[in-house]
Design a binder for this molecule. Structure first.
Ligand SMILES: C[S@@+](CC[C@H](N)C(=O)[O-])C[C@H]1O[C@@H](n2cnc3c(N)ncnc32)[C@H](O)[C@@H]1O
Length: 316
């Protein structure tokens, strides 16, 4: 922990209602962070053929956690002021890091849930070809606006339903090196949370992406998993053998009824696709998010400041 953080953490009063521990409010909040960073990085294998990284760059990519604090304003924010009109834009710099590991220069990348184009902007930054699909013309227009603002070459986009990917892409002869995507997570995520609900539950789920019934964000969870599986299976029709499928995912707060380990449910669903093998995950720790005093001073409620980056490979 940095000196500044340590100082912050030590501040604050103990609450007499807290019967659980001797923490102050500030100490409590810091404990709720789902991630604590351990210094040092493990050394792993060397690479061949997959990407353009040197051995030391390859090793540098193997750490389990990517922690980022990308600016959300100003020149270095990758047009965040345009992209923030979407409920959950991904930082292009983060996507670029993944693209550079899982493909080579001039490679082809598909994102069936493109939003305002975190993946596609990263393709332009990394000299890859990108193809994206989204239900919403509004988000695709914001993506185009962001490319103009950043002076980047626009990639190919289709307005349409990712469930019809086979039809949308059938005449194009695409062969992708990588599918990199960040799907919406069922209608359990699309309920609006008021500030008060959020304070009580720690549930900071986003608002719906669109009002369309094809939107995966508006589907009940059993339908959602079937549809996600179908979209990824269709993406694989256009993916080369040994190409990777990289899927973002966030868990929900556990409830009495369900542990809500969404990442485990997604893995267990997607490994049912023939020839798709789960290869592990990385964790993205987004330090631009705030810590809230959920549950204080009565019970532990995690601040989930991380997302899972689930990594699969098409084996045959
Ligand atoms: C989590 S967001 C992706 C955000 C994106 N990574 C970015 O950087 O902006 C998921 C997107 O999937 C889109 N979507 C939902 N259901 C879809 C469907 N059936 N077909 C295509 N796009 C869909 C939503 O409109 C939303 O923009």
């Amino acid at each position: 922990m940095s000196k500044a953080n340590k100082k912050k953490k030590e501040k604050g009063k103990r609450d007499p209602r807290n019967t659980l521990n001797d923490f102050t409010g500030a100490e409590w909040i810091y404990f709720l962070n789902s991630i604590e960073l351990i210094e040092g990085e493990p050394e792993l294998m060397t690479g061949e053929q997959l990407n353009d990284l040197s051995k030391s760059q390859w090793v540098g990519q193997q750490g389990p956690i990517i922690d980022t604090l990308f600016p959300t304003s100003g020149e270095n924010s990758d047009a965040h002021h345009i992209r923030k009109k979407h409920p959950s834009p991904k930082p292009p710099q983060l996507m670029k890091r993944l693209i550079e590991f899982f493909s080579k220069k001039d490679g082809w990348v598909l994102d069936p849930f493109v939003g305002v184009g975190g993946t596609l902007l990263a393709c332009s930054m990394a000299n890859r070809h990108g193809v994206g699909v989204d239900l919403s013309q509004e988000y695709l227009d914001l993506y185009q606006k962001a490319t103009g603002h950043l002076n980047l070459e626009p990639q190919i986009v289709y307005k349409g339903n990712a469930l019809q990917l086979e039809t949308l892409l059938s005449s194009k002869n695409y062969l992708f090196d990588l599918v990199l995507t960040d799907p919406p997570y069922g209608n359990m995520l699309s309920k609006k949370r008021t500030g008060e609900q959020k304070k009580k539950t720690g549930d900071d789920s986003p608002t719906p992406f669109t009002n369309e019934h094809h939107d995966l964000g508006n589907m009940p969870s059993d339908q959602f998993y079937k549809v996600l599986k179908s979209v990824i299976a269709q993406s694989m029709e256009f993916l080369k053998v040994k190409g990777y499928v990289v899927v973002f995912c966030k868990d929900l707060q556990p409830t009495a009824e369900h542990p809500n380990l969404i990442h485990a449910d997604v893995v267990n669903t997607l490994i049912q696709i023939p020839n798709l093998r789960f290869r592990g995950y990385k964790i993205w720790y987004d330090k631009s998010q705030k810590l809230y005093p959920f549950g204080y001073p009565y019970a532990y409620v995690s601040n989930q400041l991380h997302q899972f980056i689930l990594i699969f490979r098409k084996e045959k």
